[in-house]
Design a protein around this ligand. Structure first.
Ligand code: 13P
Ligand code: SF4
Length: 371
């Protein structure tokens, strides 16, 4: 069962837009000089005055990541963003990332007000897994445990037994397999197939994909590797199998950062959204980081390994959240309550199984196994 992913972005390649082969999105105006400094200063002041904290994903603009860290907020992968938002005492959360991240924060913390710089910032996996089609898929397989990736709507999470992120999916599915469970997985087919390969679990996969990771090209990656024979190849498991097959380490965004910080190699080819390079380079200043190729002879169009929806996050949008209460997330209470169970199950599991999580978070190291 699959669902075609439709994107209606007729102005592909429009100036000022971030574009992949399948989608483009408006990008906020870049601020410079004194104007930028003034907006940052105002945001810092309002974060204190409004009892707010800024939580950012590794893929958003580097200025936003720096601002989150310098104001006592957080920069993390989707699992740790959820945990931080839930545990933080602030009354207001500003989530710089994509829609499902803001929704997860709201589901976990209904007493907090959650804002996002641009509510149109979505995700191709979320768009490609419509809740009513998913309900039909689920109804066909009532004997299966329903595991959904974090990159889904609240209405899809409301139908799931488990939510997982890329940093804990392997550990949780492995555990479900040990318990003899058969799994219905949605929506990322590449991540699902990777987990199926690693765990041997019986998994039925929804046919979704991330338009950013789907663009990485194995042929060009091999050419790049030949030019940098000592480089370690790091791949996010949302990438196609041929790309994953070339990886030295496959893992979530946090696992990839860990691999660079702790790795003995001096060069790393990084196959994920290029926004991650900002934090990676800060944490490993002496390592050479090389973007994995998306374009070339075998590419379908010029693409840039940058999520068009993550690129919608800008400083002005954050200021609007604080000044005008714009971009607030609302979720209908019955859906929120139903979606909460699968997220709490994941948070409890990851808290109670730090050993299993550490293995999964370290990533799969070729020829060694989960280290
Ligand atoms: P992580 O959970 O690894 O942060 O990934 C989220 C995501 O959207 C990857 O494209
Ligand atoms: Fe979704 Fe891919 Fe963007 Fe991550 S990078 S938010 S999976 S479209």
């Amino acid at each position: 069962m699959s669902s075609p992913i439709a994107f209606d972005y007729p102005q592909q390649n429009a100036a000022g837009a971030t574009c992949t082969a399948q989608a483009w999105a408006k990008t906020p105006p870049q601020l410079h000089g004194t104007e930028k400094a003034a907006v940052i200063a105002r945001i810092k002041q309002l974060l204190v005055e409004k009892d707010a904290t800024l939580v950012a994903h590794y893929y958003v603009d580097g200025d936003i990541q720096d601002l989150a860290l310098s104001t006592g907020g957080y920069v993390a992968d989707s699992l740790e963003m959820a945990r931080f938002g839930k545990n933080h005492a602030a009354k207001n959360l500003i989530v710089a990332g994509v829609r499902f991240m803001g929704e997860t924060a709201k589901i976990l913390s209904p007493e907090k007000r959650v804002f996002m710089p641009d509510l149109d910032a979505t995700c191709s996996l979320d768009l490609g897994c419509d809740a009513s089609n998913f309900a039909k898929f689920r109804a066909l397989h009532p004997d299966r445990t329903v595991v959904v990736y974090a990159n889904t709507s609240a209405a899809v999470k409301a139908q799931a037994d488990w939510m997982v992120t890329s940093s804990c999916a392997l550990a949780i599915v492995h555990q479900l397999k040990v318990e003899g469970k058969k799994i219905l997985w949605a929506p990322d087919r590449h991540l699902g197939r990777y987990i199926q390969d690693q765990t041997g679990a019986d998994m039925l996969l929804w046919n979704g994909a991330c338009i950013v990771h789907d663009e990485f090209k194995a042929v060009e990656l091999e050419i790049l590797k030949a030019a940098h024979p000592n480089a370690m190849i790091l791949v996010h498991p949302e990438s196609p199998q041929a790309v994953v097959d070339l990886a030295d380490v496959v893992g979530s965004t946090s696992a990839m950062i860990k691999a660079v910080v702790e790795g003995s190699a001096t060069e790393y080819i990084v196959a994920t959204d290029k926004g991650i390079l900002h934090r990676m380079q800060q944490l490993a200043p002496n390592k050479k980081l090389i973007e994995a190729p998306t374009a070339g002879n075998s590419a379908t169009c010029k693409s840039c390994a940058h999520c068009p929806w993550m690129a919608m996050n800008g400083l002005q949008g954050i200021l609007d959240c604080l000044e005008n209460a714009s971009g607030e997330i609302f979720i209908e209470e019955p859906i929120r309550v139903e979606a909460l169970g699968c997220i709490e199950r994941m948070l409890d599991f990851t808290k109670n199984h730090p050993d299993l999580l550490a293995k999964a978070q370290h990533g799969f190291v070729k020829n060694i196994g989960a280290a």
